[in-house]
Every structure is written in structure tokens, then in C-alpha cells.
Ligand binder design. Structure first.
Ligand code: FAD
Length: 426
């Protein structure tokens, strides 16, 4: 926030505009918090050069415009809003799927993004008392629709340097509209990310700039009304269904979503000061060593619990009792799946333990639990064509993945009908 504030003050003193670009959807709430505080800055009073970018492919776009308008009202400012469709579609879809999230932060069809763009353009054009609308697009249909809606309201078009020159030139000549050209500046390494994004954008089959240079595609098709193309199933799988019908994906946790964070906090709370007692789990009597104190590696005053390590006699008891698993493949599948469900149900305790004992951050803890669950469900599906069990396996977990890798090793050996002696990391 201080950095953006000082840049804004500098831009104001130079009488130039400053735009905060829109990046990945998981940064949207944070960006808005920073923007709202900077806009409130008294030093920026009377300056109309502060700009925010809104991505129409985001399903929250309309609400974001409302929020920006309210901020401008509250602080008596005029802001510039650049409406774009959004440059990170593939990674938004992929992230939501990989993280097992229940939906997507962006629309899943090109037509829906186009329609959202028009709806939000109309919203901006209706708020020109506080907002200066800027329409950044290289799509001729979108531009024509805006010209049609704008009447005599003040706005501008924007294009990227090297793109849409002919189109925007024609529009400027015919309508006398304004067009701002956005160009990357810097040493050759700085604009690389920018250039890669342009390559992806122009290479996408659905993109206007790619369609218009393909003379096999009719003009009517290129400039088709997006409202007509709306509807139907995009066929894009949501996170939970990613591996369907074979298995369920591990439950996801959106750590950028405040209500989810609150829910995790509540589930962890009962274990915030809990002291676990660990000792060998044997099919026989435990002798064990003396209990040893386990401390949180990040906060030594936090005692996580006590552990009694196995001694030589315990290892012998375990070895004597170990044998291959007599259960049928069907039963093994059911038990591994049940274990996965129980892990997910116990997420509060598991997160507390992973953070307090293994020193994991929340993103690491969620990744670890999800990997453990995926291992269990993955091996549970491997019942076909199994050979006879080999015998007894010793599974030793590494310290850095105390749950996931230990669970994976155990699940693989058990699914094949073997017995397992498991030694957790200290
Ligand atoms: C001046 C300027 C500044 C920009 N600043 C930003 C910025 O700050 N942040 C940012 O993210 N982008 C920014 N962009 C990039 C912008 O998002 C893309 O240029 C834009 O999406 C391309 O839209 P179009 O209307 O030109 O093309 P079109 O071809 O009409 O639209 C392509 C867009 O449609 C959307 N789309 C494509 N397929 C699908 C699908 N299956 N489901 C849903 N939506 C789909 C995507 O957003 C894709 O980029 C900027 C662009 C310009 C010109």
C-alpha cells in the first residue's frame, strides 16, 4: 500500500494517469483492499488519474465495478476504469481444477465473457459521474457495440502497441473517438511476460484477432452476436470432477476466500493448544522408551505433545505380528476410500498438527492433506490385475511430507494385499 500510494502521489504531481492492472483472480480481494485505502489518501484529492482494471471474464466483474463506484463516492474521487476481458483464462481454469475448487472465478465460454463485457460496458457508461470508462479490446464487434451504447458520453478506447492498429484507426477516423495505446517499456527482459501473454492471446483459436486473419471463416461468423452463442455446456470439468468417473478429487480449500479461512480457523481451534500423545501402535504389548517432548519448530514455547519411540523389543513385536493382509481387493478398496474420507473429515486436527508439529504454512498443509487423500483414492482404484501379495513392507516417511508420503507408501503396499510396518518421521 505505501508503495502504490507513493507512486500515485508521484503520478499526480506529474499530472499523468496511473493504472493498477488486473492480475489473477485470487489477488482480486487483496488488490481492492489496497486500492480502497490508497483512494482514501487525502493527498490524492482532486486528481482524476487513478485507474483500475476490471476483467469481464471474471464472474465478479459487475460487483467489482459497484465496489469501485462506491469507493469513488465515499472519497469524492473520479476514477478511470479500464474494462478488459482478461488475460489469464487458461491458468484460472487450471488452478481451480487442480486445487479441487467447486467452481471457477471466470466464465467458461467465450460468449459469456463477451456478453459480460457488454453488460459491464453499459454499467460503466451509466456511471460516468464518477467513472471515466476505458474500453480495451481488439474485437470489432465489441467496439461496434460500445459505439452503439455510448451516445455522447465521454470514454476512450485502448489498444496494445502493435495490435488492432487498422481497426482502431478506422474507428477513430469514422467516429472521432479517442484511443490510448498501451506499450510495454523496459530492458528486453522486463516485457517478456507481457510478450508471452500476447503470443498466447493471439494464438488462441477463439480470439478475434486470430479469427479475422483466417479467410476460411466468414465475416458473419467472426462478428457474430455473442448473445446468440450463449448457452450450452462448456464441457470444462470442475475441480471435484477432475478424475471422474474413476475417483473423486481431494476436497479443495480456497485460501483466498475469507469465509473458507474462517471455517478452517474454527476447525483448527480445538487443537490450538492440544497436546498429542504418540506411542507405537502394535499388535502386542508396547514397552517403548521414555516420553520425549515435541515442540513446534517455529515457536518453541508451543509444546505439541509427547512421543514414546519404539525400542528394540517393540520392533521385534511388530515384526513377529506382521503378515500379509487377508482382505479381498474389494474390501481393501473400500477401506482405503474410507480412510481418505476420514482424513478429509478430520481436516481441522490434521491442519493443526501439520502446522504445529511440522511447521507447515497453510498452503503447504492443504497441499499435504490433499496429496494424502489423492494417494489413498488413487490406489483404491487399482484393484484390477493385482498379483499375489509379496509380503511385509517397511514404510518410512520423510520429515518434509509426514502425512502424504507415508500415506502413499502405505496405501500402495496395502492395496496390493501386503502387510505394512510404518515408521513415521521423528
Ligand atoms: C490496453 C490494454 C490493457 C490490458 N490490461 C489488462 C489487464 O490489466 N489485465 C488483464 O487481465 N488483461 C489485460 N489486457 C488484455 C486483455 O484481457 C485481452 O487483450 C483481451 O482479453 C482480449 O480481448 P478482445 O476483446 O481484444 O478479444 P476477443 O478475442 O474478443 O476475446 C478474447 C478473450 O475472451 C476471453 N475468453 C476466451 N475464451 C474463453 C472461454 N472459453 N471462456 C471464457 N472466456 C474466454 C478471454 O478473456 C480472452 O482473452 C489488456 C488489453 C489491452 C488492450
Amino acid at each position: 500500500m505505501p508503495r502504490l500510494r507513493s507512486l500515485a502521489v508521484l503520478a499526480k504531481s506529474a499530472n499523468m494517469g496511473l493504472n493498477v492492472d488486473a492480475e489473477e483472480a485470487d489477488r482480486l480481494s487483496l488488490s481492492l483492499e489496497v486500492i480502497s485505502r490508497v483512494l482514501a489518501e487525502p493527498a490524492l484529492a482532486g486528481w482524476d488519474g487513478f485507474g483500475v482494471v476490471v476483467q469481464a471474464y471474471g464472474s465478479r466483474a459487475g460487483a467489482v465495478i459497484d465496489a469501485i463506484y462506491d469507493m469513488a463516492e465515499a472519497h469524492d474521487r473520479r476514477v478511470m476504469v479500464r474494462l478488459v476481458k482478461g488475460a489469464y483464462w487458461d491458468s484460472e481454469i487450471k488452478r481451480a481444477q487442480v486445487e479441487g475448487l467447486d467452481g471457477f472465478p471466470v466464465f467458461t465460454s467465450k460468449a459469456a465473457s463477451d456478453v459480460s463485457y457488454l453488460a459491464n460496458a453499459r454499467k460503466l457508461l451509466g456511471r460516468t459521474d464518477r467513472i471515466y470508462p476505458q474500453f480495451a479490446t481488439h474485437n470489432a464487434h465489441t467496439i461496434a457495440a460500445i459505439l452503439h451504447m455510448a451516445d455522447d458520453r465521454t470514454f476512450e478506447f485502448q489498444r496494445l502497441h502493435g495490435m488492432g492498429e487498422t481497426l482502431h484507426g478506422l474507428v477513430k477516423d469514422a467516429h472521432g473517438s479517442r484511443c490510448r495505446i498501451y506499450a510495454p517499456v523496459g530492458a528486453h527482459r522486463d516485457p517478456l511476460a507481457y510478450l508471452v501473454r500476447r503470443l498466447l492471446e493471439n494464438g488462441a483459436n477463439s480470439s478475434f484477432v486470430s479469427l479475422i486473419v483466417d479467410d476460411q471463416i466468414l465475416a458473419e461468423e467472426v462478428a457474430r452476436d455473442p448473445f446468440e452463442a450463449l448457452g450450452g455446456d462448456s464441457g470444462i470439468r470442475r475441480g471435484p470432477d477432475l478424475f471422474a468417473p474413476e475417483r473423486a478429487n481431494a476436497k479443495g480449500f480456497d485460501l483466498t476466500h475469507t469465509p473458507t479461512l474462517r471455517q478452517i480457523e474454527q476447525a483448527r481451534e480445538p487443537f490450538a493448544a492440544h497436546a498429542w500423545q504418540a506411542e507405537p501402535l502394535l499388535a502386542g504389548a508396547v514397552t517403548g522408551g521414555d516420553p520425549v517432548l515435541v515442540r513446534n519448530p517455529a515457536r518453541h514455547v508451543d509444546v505439541v505433545g509427547m512421543v514414546r519411540y519404539a525400542d528394540q523389543a517393540d520392533v521385534q513385536t511388530a515384526l513377529d505380528a506382521a503378515r500379509v493382509w487377508g482382505a479381498s481387493a474389494q474390501e481393501r478398496t473400500a477401506i482405503l476410500n474410507r480412510a481418505a474420507d476420514l482424513y478429509e473429515e478430520a481436516y481441522g486436527e490434521i491442519f493443526a498438527l501439520l502446522c504445529r508439529e511440522a511447521g507447515k504454512s497453510m498452503p503447504d498443509a492443504t497441499a499435504e492433506l490433499r496429496e494424502a487423500v489423492d494417494f489413498l483414492r488413487y490406489y483404491a482404484t487399482r484393484s484390477a490385475g493385482l498379483a499375489e501379495p509379496v509380503g511385509v513392507f517397511a514404510c518410512i516417511s520423510p520429515w518434509n511430507f509426514p502425512l502424504a508420503i507415508l500415506s502413499g507408501q502405505i496405501a500402495a503396499a496395502l492395496m496390493a494385499g501386503n502387510g505394512v510396518l510404518a515408521k513415521p518421521a521423528e
